[in-house]
Ligand binder design. Structure first.
Ligand SMILES: Nc1ncnc2c1ncn2[C@@H]1O[C@H](COP(=O)(O)OP(=O)(O)O)[C@@H](O)[C@H]1O
Ligand SMILES: [Mg+2]
Length: 222
């Protein structure tokens, strides 16, 4: 990726067949390197839609989506796949870990489709998320908080420029959620990552640098 603003969306819209109004409608969002932005919105306001666009999983938008200076809609399929594999890390509410693999193997899945050289080893990443020495454990035997730490290590495996989190504390209790989200913010800032978290949970706002509200297809400062 170039030295451009990692995330630069201008006038982005997205409609789905069967819905009478666009889900996203003239949405603007700029996120710089090392910045953590929390997007709050009620269920159904388009938060996951927004993340899928930034992640390069949905190019059926209108408007301009520049990610690292590249217009995703104009990339070839190969270049888009490479963007997804090498520039973006994603964390989900339900962790999306593979229970038949060890913790270390799950982290390495983050590098599976990437040819990008990285300086941080799996062992170092596990230590960075507080799972030192747990590499051979199975995720099924871990607590919710540990599983989300593991998912964070996997998301960071490729040294992405962008980290996206979709309701990352949705399956965690209050105290565990706070610890995990502070860890995610700290790791993102330290690595100069542009972070966007989407959630309906107010509690995520506290750890972010900037809080935006998604309503009527647009983002507003609050
Ligand atoms: N693939 C799809 N096809 C049709 N409608 C969809 C699709 N994905 C999402 N929607 C609709 O778009 C709206 C926003 O969905 P979503 O982005 O998942 O919201 P959120 O993550 O904020 O809950 C909802 O009304 C949802 O039903
Ligand atoms: Mg959602």
């Amino acid at each position: 990726m170039s030295s451009e603003t990692p995330i630069d969306l201008r006038g982005v819209g997205r409609s789905y067949a069967g819905l009478d109004r666009p889900v996203l409608d003239g949405l603007d969002l700029c996120v710089g390197a090392g910045e953590v932005v929390a997007v709050l919105g009620r269920s159904g306001t388009g938060k996951s839609t927004l993340l899928r666009i930034i992640a390069g999983l949905d190019t059926a938008y209108v408007g301009q989506a520049l990610l690292g200076g590249h217009s995703l809609r104009d990339l070839s399929d190969t270049a888009l796949a490479r963007y997804r594999a090498e520039s973006v890390g994603i964390i989900f509410q339900s962790f999306h870990l593979l229970d038949h693999l060890t913790a270390a193997e799950n982290v390495d899945l983050g590098a599976r489709f990437s040819r990008k050289p990285t300086s941080e080893s799996t062992t170092e990443l596990l230590a960075a998320v507080g799972l030192e020495g747990r590499g051979s454990d199975r995720p099924a035997l871990m607590s919710g908080g540990e599983r989300q730490r593991l998912a964070i290590a996997r998301a960071l495996r490729n040294q992405p420029d962008i980290v996206l989190a979709d309701e990352p504390t949705g399956n965690l209790d209050e105290a565990t959620g706070r610890v995990v989200i502070n860890l995610l913010a700290e790791l993102g800032r330290k690595r100069g990552v542009a972070s966007v978290w989407v959630t309906h949970e107010e509690r995520l706002a506290a750890a972010a640098d900037r809080v935006l509200v998604l309503e009527n297809g647009r983002l507003e400062e609050r």
